[in-house]
Design a protein around this ligand. Structure first.
Ligand code: PLP
Length: 511
């Protein structure tokens, strides 16, 4: 494996020529020069590799963790809680789709830092962005964006975060993490709802509202809620945790809001064999959602939903279900928040997963983080800006350094046409898994994610054993929910990687 610095040096001259502002619609051909400079090696199937310097395959030298990792873990454990540690990594040796450890093991990574690495470890284009004077300034002069935004913040937003804004949403409020993004969206929803109830943007607060807000009671702290779904995951901060319903371990001992939980459809697979049953199940969940909106003692200001429930077990629903939700929220004049923290930025074969739904009107807010490496919520309605400054505010309100990084990620996604590539690779991988599921029906149950890029999962009766064995054959895979094996490769995962994954899965199934 070549050092990533060498790769970055080689890429620099061509990249510098191609970095002139890209737009989402820029023809990929205009960036091919660098693409071919960085992608000179064709794999066996004739596919051009996005990372020609990647290892040809995983390399396993020791048990994982090996002796050096064990030593490092013991040292770390003395000062940092390592009980959730999966693998001690060496990022200086990780490259492209491969994650390395201290003992010389190199694994194909289809978990990618819990779905948050978009374009490969030590991606040379990102390294260039990270080492630019613009980035250095953003890091050492980190602005408090609400008070002292940097002069080019509009430019950074327009050429980056907003250049990929979901259709109909042309403004953004930036934040720090997925949980933060969701909580900010909830606050925007509550303020919007109360403003409407009060009679509009220009109506001032009453004395009663002002005084009651200071003792956390109504009407200043209103009796409102956010509706979320069973098995949903929207984060672990105080507010977002009340909408998270995936596992008790996240919630135990933490005071929570008394907010409504609607059922999420439990679809049966294969989908084509259970079409009528699944449609009825989705209708049942829509009916119950509407009932809760009408009857819950703390009326919801918004409904939040993941396009694919990820941490909760990779649970899918049809576009029809999501269109139904949009209609219900419109009908009851509450907001529709789509949490694209995990599904966003290309992994489903669309830049935003909700593009699969064919909505008549866009969601009111779309939250993002993970692969974007920055976070926040997109919105389009001016009424979602609170009526006074400082109502939606914090010290940093995001981070230009992370926004510059997302811009570089977007440029890389466009230059290599990675959303399209992920859609095609996903179809190929899904077909391979469908074949394996015929051969090993006890190993792959409820295969899901057809037509959803590489956002694929299945249930396994021995999930944890499979994940452990995968490390032994050189693949880093994650799980979700109680029984799902979830695939979250990067956008640079290609068909030759899919072949390696399928081969290794078969080896595990045979063992
Ligand atoms: C759909 C979804 N929303 C929100 C979050 C929370 O994001 P974070 O861990 O960055 O706070 C996650 C994290 O896994 C997520 O998958």
């Amino acid at each position: 494996m070549a050092s990533f610095l060498r790769a970055a040096r080689r890429a620099r001259p061509a990249y510098a020529r191609s970095i002139v502002h890209t737009s989402r619609s820029a023809p990929i051909g205009s960036y091919r020069q660098y693409a071919s400079a960085a992608s000179a090696v064709a794999s066996e199937g004739g596919e051009q590799s996005f990372f020609p310097d990647e290892p040809a395959s995983p390399m396993i030298q020791t048990a994982i963790p090996g002796p050096k990792s064990t030593q490092a873990i013991e040292r770390l454990s003395k000062v940092f809680d390592t009980r959730s540690l999966n693998m001690m990594a060496d990022y200086s040796k990780s490259y492209g789709n491969y994650i390395a450890d201290l003992d010389g093991n190199v694994l194909l990574d289809v978990y990618a830092q819990i779905a948050s690495i978009p374009v490969g470890y030590n991606n040379p284009s990102l390294l260039l962005a990270a080492t630019s004077p613009e980035m250095a300034s953003a890091i050492i002069n980190r602005p408090a964006l609400g008070n002292f935004p940097q002069h080019d913040w509009a430019d950074i937003l327009e050429t980056g975060i907003l250049s990929v804004a979901p259709t109909g949403l042309d403004q953004v409020f930036t934040g720090q993490s997925g949980s933060d993004a969701n909580e900010l969206a909830y606050k925007a929803a509550f303020m919007w709802k109360r403003q409407k109830q009060r009679g509009g943007h220009h109506v001032d607060f009453t004395h009663e509202e002002i005084s009651s807000s200071m003792v956390n009671s109504s009407p200043g702290a209103p009796q409102l809620s956010i509706l979320s779904f069973a098995s949903a995951f929207h984060g672990r901060l105080f507010g977002s945790l009340s909408t998270t319903r995936s596992k008790p371990i996240h919630k135990l001992d933490i005071p929570a809001f008394d907010w409504p939980r609607a059922p999420f459809p439990a679809l049966k697979y294969p989908l084509d064999q259970f079409a009528a049953e699944n449609a009825a199940e989705e209708q049942r969940c829509l009916d119950e959602t509407e009932r809760l909106i009408k009857e819950w003692h703390l009326p919801p200001a918004a409904v939040i939903v993941e396009p694919i429930q990820s941490e909760g077990g990779d649970n899918h629903a049809s576009p029809n279900f999501f269109r139904g939700l949009r209609e219900i929220t419109k009908k009851h004049d509450i907001l529709f928040i789509v949490d694209e923290v995990q599904t966003g930025v290309g992994a489903t074969g669309k830049f935003w997963a909700h593009e699969h739904w064919g909505l008549q009107t866009p969601p009111d807010m779309v939250t993002f983080s993970k692969k974007a490496q920055t976070a926040g919520y997109y919105y389009g309605n001016n009424e979602l800006r609170p009526n006074k400054p400082y109502r939606q505010f914090n010290t940093w309100m995001g981070d230009p350094a992370r926004a510059i990084l997302f811009r570089a990620i977007i440029q890389e996604v466009e230059r290599l046409d990675l959303v399209q590539s992920t859609a095609a690779t996903g179809n190929y991988l899904y077909d391979g898994l469908a074949r394996l599921s015929q051969q090993y029906p006890n190993e792959i149950n409820n295969l899901r994610g057809q037509g959803q890029g590489t956002f694929i999962a299945w249930d396994s009766p021995r999930r944890d054993e499979i994940l452990k064995k995968a490390k032994g054959v050189g693949v880093n895979i994650g799980g979700s929910g109680e029984t799902a094996v979830r695939l979250r490769p990067m956008l640079i995962f290609q068909k030759h990687h899919a072949d390696m994954l399928l081969e290794r899965l078969e080896k595990i199934f045979k063992s």
